[in-house]
Design a binder for this molecule. Structure first.
Ligand SMILES: [Zn+2]
Length: 488
């Protein structure tokens, strides 16, 4: 088991594939083709526009053509990024074994998100028998739709935090949110290529579990100025009783104040990140900790990178081999300047503390990721990766994949340097009564395990988020350990 991200190996490529597409939406087509053929299947590809009404794939030094029909990209340009270009529901389901015959696939059926717009005008006489293989699915349009979150750009449905809810997605409505559809499409394409060119090889991948922790609240009551602790803490207790009307929370805070006054930060129940590191290390995992570096208002960071306890933790994370990323503030999802400032603050703090790693990526607080702007903003700031694209209200494959992938700017129609590491499950999405409501028992464990098994089928990465503030009670610590055990 590897703790990082599943990637293709670096074995030499055995063939060069040539892909000729219809002329319209060439940048979008080339992006989807490259993700499937280069990034997912590890092939060397040249893509060019041509005078065709389908996508034709040929192989150097071999005869034959694999034809993929047009669906999304064949729609009139006036419909692009409008509701008129969304898939028709209910979606049709295809059983690829029916046209791929004896090829072994890790699934029985797959949704045809876009159906072919028309029958491809294929060459009337193939150069030799069996030299033409037609895939009856719009693999590239469906891939583009899922990876870019096309429907979210078009519909802009929002919950109270401005996020697109799972319940508004086609994948949820049509029952394929819990399957990595883009990985299925890659397998269909690979099986089609191998039918014509059995000598093609693809690099091996290995399954991995990637654990991450968003550090929203490392202190329950602690503040650096010890003298102010009791006053601030008691203020919090008053808020618990009057504003939040939660006597249990008030009692918990009182106990925490007492413990923190006696023992300092280590007495604070939320100051548990060392124990979280130990829990991960017990399963031979190195985790990624996303740390806040700014932000104000009701959803701002309740701690500062200047705090000596936080700095000591960052040094310890680095020394123990864990990774550190930015937990971008609530506001930064709509404020490029704030995102840039936070990114710089985290980088300079790690340098000042002698942490010998460059932070590479971020996750948005509250998973505030927007299809029209987030990828572009993160790319502009210079991050290598993002890992925010998961629905808060339902675990699953929001982007349709368990592989990391290059991103695309839908509004400007151009590929970006930023990579997405799709998050598959956040603990609260599965556990909490206002989301999937599975609690802490067998039923919750079953959800995590099934999602991990899907990732395993494609030798992908099961990206899991667990907040440190959830690892306090025996129930949730127990579930977390069971999840690590069964998913690593
Ligand atoms: Zn957060």
């Amino acid at each position: 088991m590897a703790a990082g991200w599943s990637r293709s190996g670096r074995e030499p490529l055995t063939a060069q594939l040539f892909v000729t597409t219809p002329p319209a939406r060439f940048a979008e087509r080339r992006y989807a083709i490259r993700v499937l053929l280069e990034e997912f299947l590890g092939q060397s590809v040249r893509v060019q526009p041509g005078d065709l009404d389908y996508t034709a794939i040929t192989c150097a030094d071999s005869s034959g053509v694999v034809a993929v029909p047009d669906g999304l990209f064949a729609l009139p340009s006036s419909l692009w990024l409008t509701p008129g270009s969304l898939p028709k529901e209910p979606v049709a389901w295809v059983r690829p074994r029916e046209f791929l015959e004896r090829q072994i696939l890790p699934f029985h059926r797959s949704p045809a998100i876009y159906e072919p717009a028309k029958t491809p005008t294929l060459p009337r006489t193939a150069p030799e028998p069996d030299a033409l293989f037609e895939v009856p699915m719009d693999l590239f349009g469906g891939t583009f739709f899922m990876l870019t979150r096309y429907e979210e750009f078009v519909l802009r449905a929002m919950d109270e935090h401005g996020r697109f809810p799972a319940s508004a997605s086609i994948a949820f409505r049509q029952g394929f949110l819990e399957a990595p559809v883009v990985n299925q499409y890659a397998e269909v394409l690979w099986a089609a290529l191998r039918k014509l060119w059995p000598r093609l090889r693809r690099p091996r991948r290995t399954y991995s579990l990637w654990v991450s922790h968003d550090v929203d609240s490392p202190f329950f009551v602690y503040r650096p100025a010890r003298a102010r602790l009791a006053a601030l803490g008691l203020n919090g207790v008053a808020g618990d009783l009057v504003k939040r009307r939660d006597r249990r929370l008030a009692a918990k805070r009182l106990r925490a104040i007492r413990s923190t006054l006696v023992r300092g930060a280590p007495g604070d129940p939320h100051f548990n990140l060392k124990r979280v590191m130990q829990a991960d290390e017990a399963f031979d995992l190195t985790a990624t900790f996303f740390v806040m570096a700014g932000g104000g208002g009701p959803f701002g960071a309740p701690y500062s990178l200047c705090d000596r306890n936080i700095r000591a933790l960052l040094r310890e994370m680095g020394a123990r081999g864990h990774s550190i990323g930015l937990h971008a503030s609530y506001e930064s999802a709509e404020d490029l300047g704030a995102l840039r400032t936070e990114w710089r603050a985290l980088r300079s703090t790690l340098t000042a503390e002698g942490v010998s790693q460059e932070p590479r990526g971020s996750r948005a607080h509250y998973l505030r990721w927007f299809a029209d702007s987030s990828f572009r903003q993160l790319d502009q700031v210079g991050l290598d990766y993002d890992s925010s694209v998961a629905y808060a209200d339902h675990a699953g494959f929001r982007c349709g994949t368990c592989y990391e992938f290059s991103t695309f700017d839908l509004e400007r129609g151009e590929p970006l340097g930023l990579t997405e590491r799709p998050l598959i499950a956040m603990e609260s999405s599965v556990i909490d009564p206002w989301y999937m409501a599975k609690g802490h028992g067998e039923s919750a464990l079953g959800v995590f395990t099934q999602l991990a098994d899907q990732c395993r089928e494609y030798s992908g990465t099961f990206a899991l988020l667990w907040h440190n503030t959830r690892l306090l009670g025996a129930d949730e610590i127990g579930l977390y350990r069971q999840v690590l055990e069964s998913c690593s």
